[in-house]
Design a protein around this ligand. Structure first.
Ligand code: AGP
Length: 608
């Protein structure tokens, strides 16, 4: 999504803004720009393409002197990627500049009104309407003009705004799109996300909806959209700077895969105390947990896939019915939700527009919402009734790995907590499950050690046109994620299928040499899945099997077998995903793809 950085202080603004924007590249973008006050006027430079182009255009910011400014990386929503559509946008006289992340939903009628008043638009964007509206309401008081505009616009926004005749202030405003404010030794910052300003400050303020910030070089004030001053709590960021760097790995994605033992442990261990599951942040008594008779898991992409696994795990352990749905469907289909239902929104970024909308729809209907979120202080985290954080740290690669694994861990904990309070598992089984959870990080570590073997196998499929994944039960759930990991970074077409479903159509696509990845980790389904493997092999498929150690019978139906350490079958997805992530990664690397920033994708889809 778009990235915003702003600065006001004692140092040159442009180099700081360029550096900050480079730390936001992971959000996905197609153009970049800056507006800097040079002592007399606002100078704006912008260019379509990678940030490097803007850096070269401004000689690293040298050609844009000034200690106050705003910058932006744009992920196009309204108007194709172009210099004219890049941000910042200004009013006609160039005395007001604005950068924006989000969507102004009523920009067309507003644009018509401004044009009728003689405004000349130079772009196709919704954002430019804001610049002209600010000009329309501005009578010398920036805060007054901003709040008037915010009362007129509908939709989502994170804004950075500068006024040429107020060169001692930078303004920010936020509704639905994330925005933080930071204070460092040499000045104050606005940014879409922490990595952009982490090298300058660890003290940040997460802006809430419909708040406005006024930054000066030595401090800031916060206001409501009714211009009432408000107090905000600072948050101290404890990420080390390296966390946002690659730490020696070739790609963020590989680094984050290798962080999974730790992030799974970080998510599990604080919640396992004295051989019990303790999830205080649920803010629900055992009584309230016992009263839950239905769960709705709503999410997008990989988070949705984690939810599919969650369904199998929660139903198996806690015997509570679980429905899983993609948020973009849930939010518009007027869902029928049962009394005593709990809605769980899973989201790494905590800013996915469809998931946030599903949360709001659920709360509007009076349902309790639990967020399983990775980004602390994100919108979903703050708007849910309670939130279980997946302590995976900043995930930079667009393709999620460590956050996904942490989501599985969080769902296991929730399932076990529900099973405990509902008495649906014996003490012995509960303790065995606990033991299995504790072993997962080391077992993940062990599987990561097989990366060369996976890489060697992956290199045989760099030219593949189609690759199919199949499994039964939770093996189907992990097949969904394995397929997405492959296709979203290698651009190789892939589909995941319930293994029993292939013969109802898709098997017609199996040709000589087609790779089928069969996941078979559930002993009670071993034989069934072997039958499906025989079916596809009979039609020429090359079958790569993932199965538990000891299931030697699978070899007669496979061409290549990866054995997984033995764990409680219900937790097997946490192990099976490792070779699947590595496979997708090495196919993508072998195909020369931009692994961390795949084409057309963004790390956080904060617009519909
Ligand atoms: C996963 O690799 C993708 N990047 C994407 O499917 C992602 O899981 C989805 O957009 C949901 O994002 P969220 O978890 O931040 O809500």
């Amino acid at each position: 999504m778009c990235g915003i950085v702003g600065y006001i202080g004692t140092r040159q603004a442009a180099p700081i803004i360029l550096d900050g924007l480079s730390k936001l590249e992971y959000r996905g973008y197609d153009s970049a720009g800056m507006a800097i006050y040079d002592g007399e006027r606002i100078v704006t430079k912008k260019a379509v393409g990678r940030l490097k182009i803007l850096e070269n255009l401004t000689r690293g910011g040298e050609t844009m002197p000034g200690t106050l400014g705003i910058g932006h990386t744009r992920w196009a929503t309204h108007g194709a990627p172009s210099d004219a559509n890049s941000h910042p946008h200004t009013n006609q006289s160039g005395t007001i500049a604005v950068v924006h992340n989000g969507i102004i939903e009523n920009y067309i009628p507003l644009k018509k009104k401004m044009e009728a008043r003689g405004c000349r638009f130079v772009s196709e964007t919704d954002t430019e309407v804001l610049a002209h509206l600010l000009d329309y309401y501005y009578r010398g008081n920036p805060l007054e003009a901003i709040t008037k505009v915010l009362h007129r616009v509908e939709g989502s926004y994170a804004l950075g705004i500068v006024f040429a005749d107020h060169p001692e202030e930078v303004f920010a405003a936020r509704k639905d799109s994330p925005l933080i404010v930071g204070q460092g030794e040499d000045g104050c910052f606005i940014a879409s996300d922490v990595p952009a300003i982490l090298r300058y400050t660890r003290t940040v303020y997460y802006m809430d909806n419909q708040e406005v910030a006024c930054l000066r070089k030595d401090g800031m004030r916060f206001y409501s959209v009714d211009e009432e001053e408000i107090e905000k709590e600072a948050v101290s960021i404890d990420w080390d700077a390296d966390a946002a760097e690659k730490a020696g790995y070739e790609h963020f994605m590989l680094k984050e895969m290798y962080e999974q033992p730790r992030t799974v442990a970080d998510t599990l261990s604080p919640r396992i105390r004295n051989n019990e599951i303790v999830i205080d942040e649920l803010k629900m008594t055992d009584e309230e947990l016992r009263a839950i008779h239905k769960i709705y898991i709503v999410a997008c992409g990989s988070a949705y896939h984690a939810g599919v696994t969650g369904k199998y795990v929660i139903e198996n352990l806690a015997r509570v019915g679980v429905e899983v749905e993609v948020a973009s469907e849930f939010r518009y289909r007027d869902p029928i939700l049962e009394e005593n239902g709990l809605v769980i929104i899973i989201s790494q970024s905590g800013e996915t527009a469809d998931s946030l909308a599903a949360l709001r729809e659920s709360r509007k209907r009076g349902f309790r919402v639990l967020g399983i979120v990775n980004v602390v202080g994100s919108s979903i985290a703050r708007e849910a009734d309670s939130v279980m954080y997946t302590w995976a740290g900043p995930e930079i690669a667009v393709a999620t790995t460590k956050a996904y694994s942490a989501q599985l861990a969080a769902l296991y904990l929730l399932a076990m907590k529900l099973a405990r309070v509902k008495g649906t598992v014996t003490e012995e089984r509960f303790q065995n499950l606990l033991q299995a959870l504790r072993r997962l990080p080391d077992q993940i570590e062990l599987l990561l050690g097989q990366k060369e073997k996976i890489q060697h196998f992956a290199n045989r499929y760099l030219g593949a046109r189609d690759i199919f994944f199949m499994g039964r039960g939770i093996d189907f759930a992990i097949s969904l994620e394995g397929s997405l990991k492959l296709k979203e970074i290698s651009y190789v077409h892939s589909e995941a299928y319930a293994a029993g479903e292939l013969k109802h159509g898709t098997i017609s696509l199996i040709e000589e040499g087609t790779l089928v990845v069969a996941v078979s980790t559930q002993p009670y389904l071993y034989q069934k899945t072997i039958s499906n493997m025989v079916e596809v092999k009979a039609r020429g498929a090359f079958v790569m099997a993932l199965t538990g150690e000891g299931n030697l019978a699978i070899e007669k139906a496979s061409d290549y077998v990866i054995y997984l350490p033995i764990t409680e079958p219900i937790f097997a997805n946490s192990l099976a995903i490792i070779p699947l992530q590595l496979f997708g990664y090495y196919v993508a690397v072998g195909r020369g793809c931009d692994v961390d920033k795949p084409r057309n994708l963004a790390k956080s889809v904060t617009v519909e």
